[in-house]
Design a protein around this ligand. Structure first.
Ligand SMILES: [Zn+2]
Length: 252
């Protein structure tokens, strides 16, 4: 039986000299693993579409529980990410994240578009750390871990000189309402950081990655989004550790 999906290759494993398994991120089925026969041959019609981060329309043949790539038509290539080791490392972390966290065989609203935007932003980014934060926080929300950052949960104020984020509760609370004996984990958010988090969460997908932040506020943003994503997905990602290890500018 044939199925056609638009998707992005987020994983690839070699089989023998000529073929490979590819993991395709799709909106319809989450991650689909398919065999791409002969994809490594130089004259293969699948050579480009079966490469990592290729965005293509895949026609898949399903027999029992296995998919095979019947044909593929490239839509967009992010191959230039591979020419920059930091960008490649960050894209690999995103790929590992969606591969392990996206539910299988469930419709994923706008997931392919979100991932394509993330790769596009990596490609042209000057500050990879803000791209990473936007991905971690918005993707957490897409997975169902959606905090409420609209206002202090107690008094409803939008801004305050001191604003605290309680990640386990997914809430913010102002300095007047915050229980100073609170025993759980919390972050003190600079105004710029809260504004960036609100943009990531509430802006349309194509603007979620667009915000300016610098200095200490950017450093807090990185800590908040990484902690939020890893604690809610209850995972570690070797690709994230690799990315952090090779960053030339380890100071945000
Ligand atoms: Zn309050």
């Amino acid at each position: 039986m044939l199925f056609t999906y638009d998707g992005i290759v987020v994983g690839r494993r070699e089989i023998g000299d000529n073929s490979c398994f590819i993991d395709i991120l799709t909106d319809e089925q989450g991650i689909v693993e398919a065999t791409a026969h002969g994809a490594k041959k130089m004259n293969s019609a699948l050579l480009s579409s079966a490469s990592l981060f290729s965005y293509s329309t895949f026609c898949l043949n399903k027999t029992k529980l296995r998919y095979t790539v019947n044909s593929a038509k490239p839509k967009y290539s992010f191959h230039e990410i591979g020419s920059d080791i930091e960008k490649l490392a960050l894209a690999s972390y995103f790929a590992q994240a969606v591969k392990f966290c996206t539910p299988e065989e469930q419709n994923q609203d706008s997931m392919v578009r979100f991932f394509a935007i993330a790769l596009f932003e990596i490609n042209k980014a000057k500050r990879l750390e803000t791209v990473r934060s936007a991905f971690e926080f918005r993707y957490s929300a897409m997975l169902g871990y959606r905090p409420d950052l609209r206002a202090c949960f107690n008094c409803g104020c939008y801004e305050h000189d001191e604003m605290f984020f309680l990640p386990s509760r997914g809430e913010i609370v102002c300095g007047d309402c915050f229980d100073r004996d609170y025993g759980g984990r919390y972050f003190v958010l600079p105004k710029e950081t809260l504004s960036a988090l609100r943009n990531i969460l509430y802006a349309p997908l194509d603007r979620a990655f667009r915000f300016n932040i610098s200095g200490d506020a950017a450093a807090v943003l990185s800590r908040v989004t990484e902690s939020y994503f890893l604690s809610h997905t209850e995972r570690t990602f070797p690709a994230l550790e690799y990315y952090k290890g090779i960053r030339i500018d380890n100071i945000v």
